[in-house]
Design a protein around this ligand. Structure first.
Ligand SMILES: Nc1nc2c(ncn2[C@@H]2O[C@H](COP(=O)(O)OP(=O)(O)OP(=O)(O)O)[C@@H](O)[C@H]2O)c(=O)[nH]1
Ligand SMILES: [Mg+2]
Length: 695
């Protein structure tokens, strides 16, 4: 097996709660490694990672950003990811193609909602992890309290490999616990860390924490454990060797620390990426899925047939579509051919590049373990597999929350429909959590995202990138109407205006039908009261009348209609006349059959921490919901309930505030149910109002 490149590579994702300093740390590491010449800042909008105008305006990362660079003879792909849950798709994609993750934590707030969720994702992908406690310079920063909260959240194998010197604005550097050496930082230039004496007052503490580290390391090697217990001196290389094995196997999670914006500690974190985190070769086979759904192991072998996974698609208005991918096996070359096995299409591969933020550095080839980009593929998009020949291998779909924040949209100016549709299509190529479709019930164009912020960003991007302006409004609730008891009606349509007249007469009986049956039309005419050729016209008339019910003008469903009698005229009867008579009869019968308004009921599944279950259920009750039950699901609790759709159109922001952002939900249509009388009055009044405005 050959791993020419795969030995040297580190694919590392920076993950963490919104605003913990990932982008700043990404910037500092690039600067420290010499991959950029200045230390950009989020506040000035000058970082390599957050290059999109909306990222700079909002001072937050929206998309994942890969920077490939050399450091100490290694090839590092450092992926900055968004912390905002609205953009979790990119964090999930980055964790899919990384071999390890650095979890960044704010030294003031410690473990937060998204910290835990992203940790679990990294765990599910089987990634090695380091923790970086950032913002040591902030007021009330407390490294040791955060260390405890990390242990509480992620278990006893979270262990400090460094501790800070000084605190809050007086933080000066760090003490390395492996070698018991201190480093002080002055200024923010590259290589700012300078070896100094361990401050006397910190010596005892440093030794105490070193012991904890050594206990943890020794647990990973019986041989080392013995010598350590015998009091033998163990050298750096040996400790690091065992530590790396433990880290790679997910048995140790080292905790480092620093101040990203002061470039304090970025150099040491780079060192830790190289020393403690696994290369693709060390990680070894990655799990994929075969044609029959069976697991397949993919070894990072450069000389085997190509297998690459596309993890992100960018819809650039100028450069067209750009795909970011990781090669898992074999080698992909510039100006070659590949097969998109997922879609069964051949693709011409043009110039390959290694991304550094928005720039692509051209390369001739990319081997197993490497991450790259390619522009202008015909079909390929995120989630697809590129291979040499056809391969029956895929990767599990990313687990992403459902887009539940739905709006109806239309272009701001009439005539811009095509432009808006094209923009929406392009954006949905790069965002698997965006759902756009036409609602068959209401006929509205629907755009659904994860949250309000998510949808705002999308609307903003449509305008900025594609010049398409749209307006949003809450989607209409697809109410329906039906009847509660049997009734009958007799209608006659008759016109005598000179020449040939119009005549049709029919008598119908109606009654509630089976659920989901729509219209069941039964012909009970005996003899030739109505000639057979006119019967379909009566049915058509009923059907047309059912499109707008008598309660509030919503479609009528689930009625059985029996045509029992009628009359015709040899000259004056026509299909048109029978259709009209059918409609008239239906409307009259419906009025007499105790008509009702129906509303869609959805099944809501909320996943939330146990502490907020009570509040979630209380809130659902106030929305006319019926809890169906709850059960533990992993570390969360799943609450299921039936709720009228009308009550959960604005559920996303409310659930967010009830749960402190720690809950998710999905909605699924269940059935139609009668609207309570009082509410029905309101719906009827507003439907009448709308009809008048429209008139
Ligand atoms: N004092 C201090 N401020 C920091 C530090 N690191 C980052 N910041 C500031 O904190 C804010 C958020 O930093 P970012 O680097 O954008 O955080 P992020 O984790 O990338 O945020 P998202 O992309 O939204 O998830 C910015 O204003 C930074 O300047 C630090 O170590 N100390
Ligand atoms: Mg960021």
């Amino acid at each position: 097996m050959s791993h020419k490149a795969a030995d040297r590579i580190r694919n590392v994702a920076l993950i963490g709660h919104r605003g913990c300093g990932k982008t700043s740390l990404h910037e500092a590491m690039l600067f420290e490694a010499g991959a950029s010449r200045r230390l950009g800042s989020v506040a000035d909008g000058t970082t390599i990672s957050d290059q999109e105008p909306d990222e700079q305006e909002r001072q937050m990362s929206i998309g994942a950003s890969v920077a490939g660079f050399e450091y100490e003879g290694r090839e590092i792909n450092l992926i900055d990811t968004p912390g905002e849950p609205s953009f979790v798709a990119d964090a999930a994609a980055a964790l899919r193609v990384a071999d390890s993750a650095v979890l960044v934590v704010n030294a003031v707030s410690g473990v937060e909602v998204q910290t835990e969720r992203l940790w679990r994702r990294a765990d599910a992908e089987g990634l090695a992890r380091l923790v970086f406690v950032n913002m040591l310079d902030r007021e009330r920063a407390d490294f040791f309290a955060v260390l405890d909260s990390l242990k509480d959240a992620f278990g006893p194998h979270v262990v400090a490999t460094e501790i800070p010197i000084g605190a809050e604005h007086e933080v000066r550097g760090v003490i390395d616990l492996i070698d018991l050496e201190a480093f002080a930082y002055e200024g923010t230039g590259p290589g700012a860390g300078e070896r100094v004496e361990i401050p006397e007052e910190l010596r005892a503490q440093a030794e105490e924490y070193r012991e904890r580290l050594m206990d943890e390391v020794a647990e990973n090697s019986d041989e080392l454990m013995e010598r350590y217990l015998d009091g033998e001196q163990i050298d750096h290389a040996e400790i690091v060797g065992v530590l790396k094995q433990g880290v790679s196997a997910g048995r140790i999670f080292p905790v480092t620390c620093g101040v990203a914006t002061r470039n304090l500690g970025a150099d040491r974190l780079l060192g830790a990426l190289v020393e403690d985190l696994p290369s693709p070769a060390m990680r070894g086979a990655v799990r994929a899925i075969g044609a029959g759904g069976e697991p397949v192991e993919v070894e990072p072998d450069e000389d085997s047939p190509l297998l690459a996974y596309v993890f992100k698609t960018l819809a650039d208005p100028y450069a067209g579509r750009i795909n970011l991918f990781r090669v898992y096996r074999g080698t992909l070359r510039s100006d070659s051919q590949a097969v998109n096995s997922t879609q069964g299409e051949k693709e011409r591969i043009g110039q390959l590049g290694r991304p550094v933020g928005k720039e692509l550095k051209p390369v001739a080839e990319l081997g197993a373990g490497e991450i790259g980009a390619v522009a202008k593929l015909k079909q390929t998009q995120a989630g697809d597999v590129l291979s040499e020949g056809r391969e029956e291998i895929g990767f599990a779909a990313l687990e992403l929350p459902a887009p539940v924040m739905a709006f109806a949209y239309e272009p701001k100016s009439k005539g811009d429909e095509d432009k808006a549709a094209a923009a929406v299509r392009r954006l949905s190529e790069e965002d698997p959590t965006l759902d756009v479709h036409r609602d068959p019930q209401t006929g509205e164009q629907i755009l659904a995202g994860l949250t309000q912020i998510h949808v705002e960003v999308l609307v903003d991007r449509m305008k900025r990138r594609f010049g398409a302006e749209i307006e949003l409004h809450p989607p209409r609730v697809p109410y329906r109407e039906s009847i509660r008891r049997p009734a009958e009606a007799h209608a006659r349509y008759k016109k005598q205006s000179g020449g040939r007249g119009q005549f049709a007469d029919c008598k119908i009986e109606i009654e509630p039908g089976e659920e989901e049956s729509g219209l069941e039309f039964i012909n009970k005419i005996k003899g030739a009261a109505i000639p057979g050729s006119f019967i379909p016209a009566v049915e058509k008339g009923v059907e047309e009348a059912m499109r707008r019910g008598t309660v509030a003008g919503y479609p009528v469903r689930d009625v059985r209609v029996r045509l029992v009698d009628g009359k015709h005229h040899d000259v004056d009867s026509s299909e048109m006349a029978f259709k009209l008579a059918g409609s008239m009869a239906f409307r009259e019968a419906m009025e007499a059959a105790d008509p009702v308004l129906l509303e869609p009921i959805v099944r809501l599944t909320v996943s939330c921490p146990e502490e907020v279950v009570g509040d979630v259920i209380g809130d659902l009750n106030s929305r006319r919901g019926h809890p169906l039950g709850m059960e533990p699901k992993g570390s969360a609790t799943e609450v299921k309930a039936e709720v009228p759709m009308a009550e959960v159109l604005d559920y996303a922001p409310d659930l967010r505030s009830i749960s402190g952002g720690r809950a998710d939900y999905t909605v699924e249509f269940d059935r139609y149910q009668e609207v309570p009388a009082q509410l029905a009055e309101r719906v009827v009044a507003s439907a009448r109002g709308a009809a008048e405005v429209g008139a």
